[in-house]
Design a protein around this ligand. Sequence first.
Ligand SMILES: [Zn+2]
Length: 421
Amino acid sequence: MSWFCLPIEQGGLGILNIEDLQKIAHISAIFRLRKYRDGFVELLNSTPQLPEAMGRFVRDLHLDLRYLKDFLGLGNRNDVSMDVIMTELDKISVSLRKNKEQTFQNVLYHMVHAGQKEKLELLLSRSPVLQLHYKSLVNNTAGKWLQVFPRYSDFSIGNEEYSIGLCFRYMIGVPPINRHDVCPFCAKDGCFIDLTGHHFVSGCMKDVMGSNGKPLKAQRHSNHDFLRTTLYNCCKHAMTRAYEEPAGMFLDAVKKDRPDLSVEFPNAEGRLLRFAVDLTIVCPFEGSGKGVLEPANVPGTFTGEKHDYKAYCAANTKKNKYGAHCKASEIILIPFVMYTTGKLHKTAYDWLKQMSRYAGPRRDIPNNTLFRYWLKVLSVQLMKQIGYTIHHRAMAMLSGNMNLRAAIRNGNAVALEMGRA
Ligand SMILES: [Zn+2]
C-alpha cells in the first residue's frame, strides 16, 4: 500500500487499491444482508472443509472470512468457527451504531491495513521533515480541498494550482522550480529555494511583478490577508457580527496591533461573547525562511505531537502578546493557526465548531454541515493561494521578471496601483 492509497483523512488521495479492498467490500456487503447472513453461516459451519461443491460464491465467502480472522485477534486459533468470526464482526457493527461517522467497511479497512500504515510510517521516519509533513496531513481538515466539487467560480481551483497543490501535499518537487539555488527574490540574505515550494509560501517576503508591471500578490502576507477575508466571510455566513481588522480592540496595545477579526455571538445561555480572532499560517517544520527544511527543536517539556509544536508556539506567542489585555476587557482571544498543509490547530478547530453550534439553528442547517462547509472553504482558498504563490514565483524566477518587487502587503499593492492611475 502506498501513501496515495490511504483515505484522504489519513493523508492519502483516497484512491484505494482494488486488491486491498475487495475482500472487505465483499464481507461488508454480505454483512448488511442480515436476513441471509445467518443462513450463510449455517451453511459454512456445516462444511468445515473448503466447500468446493457449493459454488464459487460460498467458497469466496469462506476464504474472505478466514482472511479477516487474522485481524480480529483470533489468528492463533485453528478451530475458529464461522460463528465466532461473525460474533466478532457483530461487535464491530454494534459499536458503530453509536458512532455514525464511520462505516462498517471503513472500520474493517483500517483494521486490516493498520500494519501496512505502520510500515509506511517507518519508511517516512527516515526523513524527519517528511514525517512531520505527513503527520500534519492525518486529520479531517488538511485534505478537504480534494473532496470539493465547486459550483461557484470562487471555489474552483485552476489546473496549475491543483497540480502544484498535489505536489505540495506529497512534498514532491514542483516542476516549474527546477534548480536548488540561492533564491533570486531574497538573494541578499543567502536564502535557498527548496524545490517543494515551502520557501516561496512561508519564507519569501518580497512580492513579484507580473508581465503587466502590477504586483501579483503572490507572497505570504497577501495569502494571510486573503485567508483572513475568507474567514471573515465564514463568520458572516454564520450570521455573527464580524469586522475585519477592528481598530481600537486592543486599546492599550501599540496602535498598529489589532486582531484580524472581531466576532460576536451569544453562547447557549444567551450571553454575548466577544472574540478577537488572529490568523496565523505556519509551516509544520523549520527552515522555510532559509530554504533549508529541518525539523523544529522540540523541548522535552512539550507533551503534544512534534508536528504540532510550531502551531503551538504560534498560538502561544499570540496569547502572551494579547492574552492579559483580552482578559481584562472580557474578550476571548482565539489564535486561529492554520498549517500550510491545511491542518487547523485545535483552538481554531474548536472555535469554528462553537460558531457552527450558534449558526446551525439560525440558518436551519445542521451544525455539522455548516462546520464541514467552512472547513472546505478555508481548505480550498488556502490551497489556491499556495498554488498561485508557488506558480507565479517560479515563473518570475524563470523569466527573470522581478525588477519591481517592493510591494509587501495588499495595502502596499493597492497604493502602488493607485499611484499609477
Ligand atoms: Zn526567497
